[in-house]
Ligand binder design. Structure first.
Ligand SMILES: N[C@H](CCC[C@H](N)C(=O)O)C(=O)O
Length: 294
């Protein structure tokens, strides 16, 4: 009976499987079954931790739609916390398709993680054609125009608006995610700069939909705001599920790296029958066991 750990970062939730002792048979269809909130265990992303020769673990990420992606900031904090608890240390290295991430525990139980240097060139986002990533010639809906594009291991487009709550993200999110301007699709960020230290952010995630928080979205939005001179170099990003602290220092040992600090929460642990991984169509709810957190 494979075990899993249910975790979340500000409500952006994950099912974590441990494949360090042996590979798990995981294809897109299996991932979709597990992430499905009606017939599966239910989560935004499925995370599989694997052995690594250059980090504590390799973190493999699949969105709810089953597609494998390069980065997931909230999950990176959660996996780092899991590794630090296992090792009894205050730091951890997590490798991923988006790069090697260095994390450390911070007072109060949160995790601070170095998300690396953001990629800003149009080919690195990627965009379909040459464009200034600080001012995209792209106006997909009324009130949404002139966005910024940033890659923090995964692709993000950021629209700055006067009132984030007023944007119908359910309606405009899918079309922007799948716009031909973004050959790898894109995560859609709706940002309202509250003042030079705070940003309100709502996110339609590639391969998922609206999530309660998006770590890489918070990082990309902070970088976009700083590039436009809208905020200082350290901001609080307020998402539906809570706040993340993002810094993009211009000097010092981590100059140019995006640093994210926020919570990493374990919800509960459980097991499910082998056939969920093989896929027999039986609802895992009839199988999923494990103690549920209060
Ligand atoms: N949907 C994202 C992956 C998860 C990002 C988000 N959950 C985060 O915390 O960074 C993508 O397709 O790139």
């Amino acid at each position: 009976m494979p075990a899993f750990v249910k975790m979340h970062g500000l409500g952006n939730d994950f099912v974590v499987l441990d494949a360090r002792e042996g590979a798990l048979p995981l294809d897109e269809a299996t991932a979709r079954r597990i992430t499905d909130r009606k017939t599966g265990i239910g989560c935004d992303q499925l995370i599989v931790i694997e052995p690594s020769d250059r980090a504590d673990v390799f973190m493999r990420i699949r969105n709810a739609d089953g597609g494998e992606v390069e980065a997931c900031g909230n999950a990176a904090r959660c996996i780092a916390a899991l590794v630090m608890a296992e090792k009894g240390t205050g730091s951890a290295k997590v490798d991923s398709l988006g790069g090697l991430l260095q994390a450390e525990a911070v007072a109060g139980g949160g995790v601070r993680i170095d998300m690396g240097v953001p990629r800003l060139d149009w080919q690195q986002i990627p965009l379909h054609c040459a464009m200034d990533s600080l001012h995209l010639d792209f106006a997909p809906a009324p009130g949404l125009a002139d966005p910024v594009a940033v890659n923090v291991g995964n692709p993000h487009v950021i629209f700055f608006v006067d009132d984030a709550a007023a944007v119908d993200l359910e309606r405009c999110g899918p079309a922007i995610e799948h716009d031909p301007l973004f050959p790898a699709r894109v995560n859609v960020n709706i940002a309202q700069v509250l003042d030079r230290d705070r940003i309100r952010l709502r996110v339609w995630e590639r391969g998922v939909g609206i999530t309660r928080a998006c770590g890489t979205g918070a990082c990309a939005t902070a970088v976009a705001a700083m590039r436009r001179g809208l905020t200082g170099r350290a901001v609080e990003v307020r998402l539906d599920g809570g706040a993340l602290q993002i810094a993009w220092p211009e000097a010092g040992p981590q100059q140019g790296h995006v640093l994210m600090t926020g919570p990493a929460t374990e919800s509960f642990r459980g097991t499910f029958a082998d056939d969920l991984l093989a896929g027999d169509g039986i609802s895992p709810q009839d199988r999923a066991g494990g103690s549920r957190a209060a």
